[in-house]
Design a protein around this ligand. Structure first.
Ligand SMILES: Nc1ncnc2c1ncn2[C@@H]1O[C@H](COP(=O)(O)OP(=O)(O)OP(=O)(O)O)[C@@H](O)[C@H]1O
Ligand SMILES: [Mg+2]
Length: 356
């Protein structure tokens, strides 16, 4: 009598022609059953009309029948859905980000908490520390990076069909806001959003970068999911304000990102306190300690707390990020500290030496 071990051993000889792994190890031969002289199994293929199907059925049938004691083979063929297929055969890395070492996407549960401000200033702080940094505006519903960095013009297409990112303040920058009209309504949904984000990842010539900082739209909608699926190695940096309602949204966002197995690099609490005049006691306008509470609750590092600082808004409105407008200010120093914390997170580190 044949047993399942023998069946599995002989099935190891049926290799996938492209990857030289057995169909069994790839998880494409499933549900193996042995009943007397009959072996049954399921063969999973990209589609039921796969060109491999006929040859494979023949090969599997013949190796199994070569086992003494096997007279019948029952084979079912099933088609995998595209997501299952991508898990087994991941698509080649997006060309544009192939030479990017670390990707950090800045996310939040709620809108208006300062994601873009944090993304821009952290990108600049990292660049100021000698690293090669890109900034990608994935907030396709309301791209604000062109305004915050006073960028105008349209991106330049390269002969190979790729797009050259903008250069400003030592950053490579790309935003869909550069290609859309300012008054164009950003009402894209589902598949179009997916296409746009993939376009920014794949078709922009980012070149060699230590960090690509991605500014996500608020919440956990399509762009966040697309990024999560497209770049499984991506880090998420969560921005929150200290008040309770914001924390509830952050909790929801964290659980979604964790469901997609994305690593969260840490939390930044923004608008934590307000100092009206130098030396005055800080006012906790939006509450106090929310970032610390989340950090303990989820065991995530609190990378920094940024006060409400009028210079942030006034300089941004002039197209000058704080780090450029007031590089020596206490708040700019906090952003530099956050950049250093990011560089110290195990697995997310890059040093200027590595960029030589
Ligand atoms: N710490 C701060 N002190 C003062 N103003 C701030 C601070 N952080 C952000 N702002 C201001 O708050 C507004 C919203 O910030 P920002 O655009 O960075 O938030 P966002 O989370 O990216 O918003 P959205 O969800 O719309 O993308 C901006 O006008 C910005 O200048
Ligand atoms: Mg924003």
């Amino acid at each position: 009598m044949v047993d399942e071990q023998q069946v599995r051993r002989i099935l190891q000889t049926v290799k996938h022609p492209k990857v030289q792994k057995s169909f069994l190890d790839l998880g494409l031969i499933r549900n193996i059953g042995v009943d007397g002289d009959t072996v049954s199994l399921t063969l999973a293929l990209k589609s039921e009309n796969s060109p491999l199907r006929k040859g494979l059925e023949k090969q599997i049938d013949s190796v199994l029948r070569s086992l003494p004691g096997v007279s019948h083979v029952h084979m079912e063929v099933t088609a995998l859905n595209p997501e299952e297929w991508e898990k087994i055969f991941p698509p080649p890395a997006y060309q544009g980000i192939a030479r990017v070492k670390q990707i950090v996407a800045v996310a939040s549960g709620k809108g208006g908490v300062g994601k873009t401000t944090v993304a821009v200033n952290i990108a600049l702080a990292l660049a100021g520390q000698g690293l090669r940094v890109g900034l990608m505006d994935a907030d396709i519903y309301g791209p604000s990076i062109p305004i915050m960095l006073d960028l105008t013009g349209t991106p330049e297409p390269l002969p190979d069909g790729m797009i050259r990112p903008f250069d400003k303040y030592g950053l490579k920058i790309m935003s869909l806001g550069m290609t859309a009209q300012e008054d164009e309504a950003f009402i894209w949904r589902g598949p179009i959003v997916d296409k746009m984000i993939r376009h920014l990842l794949g078709n922009v010539q980012w070149g060699e970068l230590d960090y690509l900082i991605v500014d996500l739209p608020p919440g956990t909608g399509d762009p966040s999911i697309t990024i999560a699926k497209a770049i499984p190695s991506c880090w998420i940096l969560m921005v929150t304000t200290p008040q309770k309602v914001a924390l509830a949204d952050v909790r929801r966002a964290i659980s979604l990102f964790r469901r997609y197995n994305l690593k969260i690099i840490g939390l930044v609490e923004n608008m934590s306190s307000f100092v009206s005049t130098p030396g005055a006691a800080p006012l906790n306008i939006f509450g106090h300690g929310g970032g610390e509470r989340l950090s303990r609750e989820y065991d995530l590092p609190l990378l920094g707390t940024i006060p409400l600082d009028l210079t942030i808004r006034s300089s941004e409105d002039r197209g000058l990020p704080l780090i450029v407008a007031e590089p020596e200010s206490p708040t700019a120093t906090i952003f530099q500290g956050i950049a250093r914390m990011i560089r110290n997170v195990p697995g997310a580190s890059c040093s200027p030496a590595s960029s030589q």
